[in-house]
Each structure stands twice: as C-alpha cells, then as structure tokens.
Design a protein around this ligand. Sequence first.
Ligand code: GAL
Length: 819
Amino acid sequence: MLLAALLLFTLALSATSSKVTYDGRAIIIDGKHKLLVSGSIHYPRSTAEMWPDLMKKSREGGLDAIETYVFWNAHEPARRQYDFSGNLDLVRFLKTIQEEGLYAVLRIGPYVCAEWNYGGFPVWLHNMPGIQMRTDNDVFKNEMQNFTTLIVDMVKKENLFASQGGPVILAQIENEYGNVMSSYGDEGKAYMNWCANMAQSLDIGVPWIMCQQNDAPEPIISTCNGWYCDQYQPPRSNIPKMWTENWTGWYKNWGGKDPHRTAEDLAFAVARFYQLGGTFQNYYMYHGGTNFGRSAGGPYITTSYDYDAPLDEYGNLNQPKWGHLKQLHDLLHSMEDTLTTGNVSYVDLGDSAFGTIYSKDGGSSCFLANVDSGNDKTINFQGMNYTVPAWSVSILPDCQNVAYNTAKVSTQTSVMVKKANVAEEEPNSLKWSWRPEMNEKTILLGKGDVTTDQILDQKEAANDLSDYLFYITSLDLKKDDPVWSHNMTLRVKSSGQILHAFVNGELIGSQWAKNGGERFVFEQNVKLNHKKNTISLLSATVGLTNYGAFFETAPSGITGPVELIGYRGDDETIVKDLSSQKWSYKTGLEGLNQKLYSSPSLKWQQDSFPVNRTLTWYKSSFKAPLGTDPVVVDLLGMGKGLAWVNGNSIGRYWPSFIAEGDCKLEPCDYRGSYDSNKCLSNCGRPSQRWYHVPRSFLNGNGDNTLVLFEEFGGNPSSVNFQTVAVGSACINAEENRKIELSCQGRQISAVKFASFGNPQGSCGSFVKGYCEGSKDASSVVEKACVGQESCTIDVSEDTFGSTTCGDDVIKTLAVEAIC
Ligand code: GAL
C-alpha cells in the first residue's frame, strides 16, 4: 500500500518535472532540443500588478523564457534582514512566469551590474572588516554563499526549478566576471572556480551558466553578451552557442540623450545568430522599466530604464520593434527541429554574402545574409537569384521562398502620445502646499551624529541609507591666521555627484558633476567671522558605481581635500587644508527622517508659496486619471530631487538636466554596427521629463498625494499627470502580405493617409508617389479599420485595384491612422 502510494507520488512528480540538459547544439528539455528565445524583465523595475500583462505580451511576442537577475541589496538591505515584499516578491514573479507558460532563467549573480545601485551589492558588505569583493576572500565568499543559498532554497521550496516541475530551466552565477578577471590575478581565477563549485554544490537539477566566462569549468555553460554574438564560438564543443544579453537599445544617463536601436538591426543580429548555429538568445532588456526609489546605479543612471526595449517603460508595445521580432520568433520556432538537430552547411557566397543550409529528413531551411553595410545585393543561391538589402538576413524556411527579411518591416510603427489627465473635476493646475527642509540644526549649529578627524567616503559614512550626507566642520579663525584675508574662497573636491555648501547657515553655492557623474571641484567666495564658523557641506550621490574591476571601491561623495584659500595681493595665495580637522556627519535629511512623504499629520503651509527655493518640500493632491492607460507625472519646471506618490517612491527626478550635444540631423540608418552613440535623439530637452506612476500606486477613486523634495529650486506650477497611449499607427509594407493595424486597446478613429503604389516618406510625413491602385486607398482602409480596435488588410492589387507602377516597382501600402 505504502509502496503503491510512493510509486504514484513519484509518477506524479515525474509527470510534471522536466529534465534539462544540453549538448553541443542546444538546451534539451525532456529529451527535446530547444530553440529558445528569451527576454529580460527585472521584477523590481515594474510592480507585481504589471507582471501578468508583461508576461502575456512576452509570450505573444514569441518568447519562450524570461530572464531576470536577483537583486541582493534590495533583498538584504541590512545584514540578515530580508525583504521579499511587493515588487521584490521573487517567488510570485517566477510563478507569474509559469502561469503564462513561460520558462525562467534565474541570474542570481549576486553581483549583477545592471545599471543597478552598486551593481546589486549591499553597501554594508563593503563596510565589513577584511572584505574584498569578487575575489578569493573568505568574508566575501561567505556572504555570497549565504545569499545564493538562500535564493536557491527559496526557489526549491516552492518547486520552481524545472527539475521539480517549475519554470526555471537555467541559473547564472556571477556576471561577466571574465571581463575583469585578469585584474584580480590568480585570486580571480581561484574565485571564479570557487563560484562554479559553490553553484554546482547547490544541486538545483538544471544547468548553471556564467556569461562572458570562456574558462568556466565543466559542466558550467559559458555564454556571450553584446549587441552581436553571431561570431562568438563557445569555448567547448559540448556546449551550445548561447547569448544571454542581446542589448535591445541602451540605458540613459542624466544629461544623456535617448538611445535607439532599430528593429531592423536588432532582427538582423538575432537572425545572424541563429544562422550561425545559435540556439538560445535573450533580449536585454525585453522590458526595461523604471528605477524606483534609489535603485538606479551608475553613477548617473536615470530613473527611466526604458532601454528602447520591445516593451516600453510602461509596458506598452514598442512598435515596430515588438511586432517585427515576433514575426521572426514565430518563423524560427517553426524551424526549431531542423535548426537544433539538422545538418548544417555554411556557404561563403563572396562579396559579404553568406548562406546557411540546415537540413533534416529530406527537408531544409535556409538563411541568406548580406552583411555589407552599404549595398543591397542580388545573390545567386542554389540556382536562384535573391535581392537581399544591405545589412539584412532573409529567411527561407523551405530554402526557396523568402518568408522574412530583417530589413523589411511590415509591422506598424506606433507613435505614443501623452494625454492630459481626464479625471473628473480635475482642476487645470494642482494646488500646492510646502515646507522648508528643516536642517537648521545641522546647517547652522553643525550638529552631526558621528565625528572623525578625517573626510570619509560617502558610502562608508552613510552606509547607503540615503543619497544625502552632511559633512560638517567648525573653524575658529584667529585674526593672525595666515589664511585670513578679505578675499577667501572655499574649495571642495568631490567625487560626486552634487554639493550644496553652507557657511554659517547660508547657502554659498551648489554644484553638480557634469560629465557622467565624475569628480568635480567646487570653489566659491566665503565670508568668515573671527569667531566660530560652521561649514556644512551637503553631498548627494546619484547612484553608486556598478561596473568595472574593483568598482565597489570607486570613491563617492566628498573625497577632499576641503581647503580655505586666502589671497593676498595679486600673486600670493595661502591654502589652509581643512581635511584633517574634526568632521562630523549626518545622514539623510530632516524631512526624510520624519517621512514627510507619507505622514499625513505633519503641517504644511499654503501661504508665501516659494518657487526656486533650495531644499524645499512640496505637496499636492490629485485624482487618478480615468481608464487603464499607464500614468506619468510631468515634472517640467522642477530642478532635481525625489518624488513620491501616496508614499511610494517613484524615483529621483532631474528635469532641469538637459541632454546636451548634437543629435545627428540625418535620419537614423539601421545599416552598419550599432553602438550606443548611434541614432540618438532628444538633444536640447530634459534627459527625463516624465516619470512613471504605476497604476497600483494610485487610489482609483479618491485623493492621491504627490510629494516632491526639491534640492536646487524649482517651480511646481506646471506639474501635471498624464496618460500614455498610442496616438497614431503607421504602416509601410510591401505587397502580398497581410498587415495588422491596431490602436492597442482604443478605437481607430480616422485614416489620415493611405496610398497603395509607391508612396514616399515616413510616419507623419507620407506623400503619394507617381502610381497608385485604382481604388481610393483611404476609403478602403477606413472601411476596414475605423471604429475597430484593430484591423487586418491584405496588401495587394485585389484590395486596392490595379496600378500603373510597372513590374519593376515593388508596390507598398503606406497608412497613417489616428487612434
Ligand atoms: C552588461 C551587464 C548588464 C548590463 C549591460 C548594459 O555588461 O552584464 O548587467 O549592465 O551590460 O546594460
């Protein structure tokens, strides 16, 4: 009886659990070779309420798996105190992936990079005696093993590894250590091997991977990261060619421009990868999301982590990227068996043209690439001529007919618009109350919490509990002090990123790092007394460094020296170094410590409303915009600071920081290798003006509270809430295909332009060409689409009537529809 029950139990288990192995071609799940397409979504960069929709759109986009890092500093903010609540609920995230029928790739790290504060390391770790990070150091290894084991045990307990019936098919240890390992000498190599052994010993039943780690020992799989990985060769013949980070765009810095990687180039990179034997590819990011709270790293990473990913920051489809890739994924999946187990032959067709033939059981599938970045080509392949545009791949699932070309986009371009808040009874402008940041004690009297006789690194003194740290010293300047003159300056060397200097309670100046958050020197005139003077320097960090060998030791805050400089006559300067005076430190701000962003009982005033005042708190109430479209707050007019909605931090804001430099005037050319300096936009405008307010932070009916802490001085009078939706949808597609036009949840209201023939231009500026179909294209499209949420159109002469374009013109349909 007992035996029978045991047998049943084992059977039940084996019916649901999957065995995950691999060979030199692919990841094998339950004996089947898989062609896997995956996408990164980081759970803390969205909210738990957004996850089901993000997963649904990922699956519909043709993904098999979701990849995420695990964020150590978010989960263990203080040593052995853990947080897995709200958007940190890793188990719920993995279950949401599973519910959508997707696999998961769990990149535990626990060093993650990711433009995340301090690369995911908790700062308390750095402050442990004797520690050296990411090397053969017992203190570090012990902490890393403790956290990694905690995560593995948590995932195991919930049966979330595929070996237990769960979605997790792969796990990652460390992150791109191979890029920096040589800086750590022999100890680096020893640490890498320790990581591998430690991971293996956790017995998770699915393979471990290490990215950018070609010397990863058996059985760990080394994988590739980059904008292109087609040329990457796995270091051992028994591991599959895998790409853990295909960068779909790039991240943004304060003061930086908006990055954009075209759908054509991204699809090209993916198609080339599968053409050259790749079988697992992951988009980094598929949904970038938002750096809420103080999670942005850097330094100087913006609150938005949109990344120009296929799903935008708010979770909307970023079209045409999402749809162009979906078509590619669907096609690749239809060839899965041949691609992962068939015979492969590569043909160099000369003149930058390359063919690949995958064949199995008498059938075959082919890829034809033109990697010339300037010229379209007619390529003779297996006896037939094919025209392949520059920098593109054509896919021929039967080795004869082209089903897809990476440079021919037939998916709509969606132009997203921001709409005014249409909540009922919402006045035109918000009503504000305010409070000064009450740091008088600290600023005037110089009262700190800790005192030393040196200048401390900010992360060491503040332990990352706040962006803000006061460095305070007092100075008794005698009349006969050599530095004394009528003309003195205070000079402060800072490693970033912002400094507000007060002398005897008065602000003498503020300064911030201009170039990517690097060091700067502050120097201002000061008036001092002959008695006691108080110098209070408020330093603010904007994300701690997250990348590079020994990144964790990168200096932060005021690094000194702090000097007083006296000038006598024209050429005599006397420098008095204040660095080894008594300094006292105070972490945070009064308002932060009092939780001004969530305490309803505290008094706020309405009269003598200040604008452009430093260190000022503002508060307003507002009604949530109606509907379900994502919500943003427009903070134009504000300087720099922190924002909360109903007590939830929506991140740092800095709309006064303008994206400087030139955005190239010529249109973005998809051809040629992409890098983060290509196809930039938004020059001359705030690097980030709009800030995401997830719907789950809002009370649908009733009042909501917005609190802003403003550092430099700003004017909140034009702050307002908006929703983001598709404003118009454009198509420019070749004939003989079916296209879909959609307003993504709202109705198509009008057709602004439609022409079938040889129309020219791009979305928003289409013009008719010299030939057109005999039917009125606008009426045809109106009839099919207006009043619908989406519509399908057959792009052909059947639909639009015959044309006089001639046979050598490839006819296209261009449409601009208004949502
Ligand atoms: C990689 C790193 C990622 C991310 C990416 C850039 O080197 O592994 O975590 O930082 O660069 O977005």
